[in-house]
Design a protein around this ligand. Structure first.
Ligand code: ATP
Length: 216
């Protein structure tokens, strides 16, 4: 896998600078949690890391990017659209192939979501919708995961199940999250963003609680 590299990266919305300039290297096998207060620039940083030319990068955006009028099956299957021809994808859209249904069902099982396989995604509650987006990212089975608050609508055992599934599937991941204890447990590197810049970067088990608190 090629690493993720940013050099002098920056982002502006109109005339307002919101991120950078910053340099960042993510090596293969690193699990990184992006932390920082709301509006610090985490989503913007994920967008800069997302190289659309690389189908090996799975992106789970904060708005989930689901097609509400389609079933859970179809939304999850979309994770692998680039693996197949247009003709195959169209045929599968109209009459799903058994092998694809089996593969999608296996991913949904990991998230306790098989009962919703043929439900319209727009009819699901927030936590279920979030898990559909997680399932799509798992189904993509790329080399790198970029995820923006993948468990914000979940609680308790469901949060753990999703974090376990994502980190089992993806050895290399950059995940924006607000839950600091969860970030410490599932990431091996913490990057703290403050006012669009990297204010903290270190091993998850070595970053001091006071340094994290200072981000908020
Ligand atoms: N479409 C947009 N137009 C204008 N400004 C924007 C837009 N999207 C984000 N911003 C601004 O860019 C800055 C960084 O936003 P960003 O969403 O990257 O932060 P974040 O750390 O991901 O926040 P959150 O934790 O709430 O998701 C914020 O000041 C935000 O208001």
């Amino acid at each position: 896998m090629s690493p993720l590299v940013l050099r002098g990266a920056r982002a502006d919305y109109g005339d307002t600078p919101v991120l950078g300039p910053l340099d960042l290297d993510i090596a293969a096998g690193e699990r990184v949690a992006l932390v920082g207060r709301s509006g610090a620039g985490k989503s913007t940083l994920l967008a800069l890391l997302h190289d659309r030319e690389r189908p090996d990068i799975a992106l789970m955006p904060q708005d989930l990017g689901l097609v509400d009028t389609l079933s859970v099956f179809h939304n999850v299957y979309m994770g692998r659209l680039s693996h197949h021809s247009t003709a195959y994808n169209l045929a599968n859209l109209i009459r799903p192939f058994r092998r694809e249904v089996t593969a999608v069902t296996a991913v949904l099982e990991r998230l306790d979501m098989t009962a919703t396989l043929w439900a319209r995604t727009g009819e699901l509650c927030g936590g279920q919708r979030q898990r559909v987006a997680v399932a799509r990212a798992l189904f993509q089975a790329g080399n790198v995961l970029l995820a923006d608050e993948p468990v914000s609508a979940l609680d308790g055992p469901r949060t753990e199940r999703v974090m376990e599934a994502l980190t089992e599937q993806y050895e290399t991941a950059v995940i924006a999250m607000h839950d600091l204890p969860l970030a410490r447990r599932y990431a091996d590197r913490l990057i703290g963003i403050r006012d669009g810049l990297i204010a903290l970067d270190g091993p998850a088990d070595a970053v001091a609680a006071e340094s994290l608190d200072a981000l908020y």
